[in-house]
Design a protein around this ligand. Sequence first.
Ligand SMILES: [Fe+2]
Length: 316
Amino acid sequence: MIDNTAILALEKRVGSRHLAKRLQLQTEHSAIRLSQTGVHIYWEQIDALGPLLKALLTLCGLYRRAVRNSIDYAVETVTVPIPQLPPAFHGFRILQLSDLHVENIVDRGKRLREVIQALEYDLCVITGDFRFLTYGDYENAVICAGEVTTAIRCPHGIVGVLGNHDFIEMVPGLEKYGIRLLLNESLPIQRGSDTVWIVGVDDPHWYEVDDLEKALQEVPPTAVKLLLAHSPELLDQACRAGIDYYLCGHSHGGQICLPGRVPIINNSACARRYISGPWRYQDRMAGYTSRGTGASLLPVRLFCRPEVTIHQLVVP
Ligand SMILES: [Fe+2]
């Protein structure tokens, strides 16, 4: 349980309005879920969907295969040309994990740790949704996330942002495990005498507590800026702010897809071309939406493998 001192430290960091808005929405959401009343407009929060999906997959004889798929990680490698990239960052590799929904991984992260241990990278980023639940206990998720971090070894550490499944009370616990959370904040990464900035916003999807302007306050305007946001829903704003590369997740790439990786559901408020893989926005900003490393609703995937992603920055 988070204590008063930690809450005050969070308030000092994010400001009282941000903290109050998040805590209020978290409480309201928990009350609705625990009382089983109210209207839910986000498909991932409809209680009946999990059992319904399980019954459907079982009926089709696909359930066990879908569960196996949920830990059949694909390692995706992306080359990211950035015109103004400082020379010392040519070849810099970023490991992205996203949507871990970590306390519900079927083998408690064993296979994921093996996959991560075989990779080489300079920095690890985690683009939100550490937790499976959206209400109630969060301590188990923090502990399970800590177990995943035991496999992460890189010179520039782990940086992350919160998603719509995460409570802000998880921040002190996650940071104890070495995950630096960016709550509308930024972090310079130095290599030799060169610097790029990691900019991170709090959840823009459900809590709507993102503040990109605030996150950019300390970043020099001409610096190369990599944005971490949970979902791809800040495209226009990020492009106008001069973000060079936008890393996100949330969509799970659909998670349950038709053959050919065609998603049945798009749970982000943006066009389908932005919900999976590499993309460009208005030919000015590059970005990548992870299909996610975990799974929500149920630990199942069909025609949509979970991924860990290596982004390699290069000077074009
Ligand atoms: Fe999410």
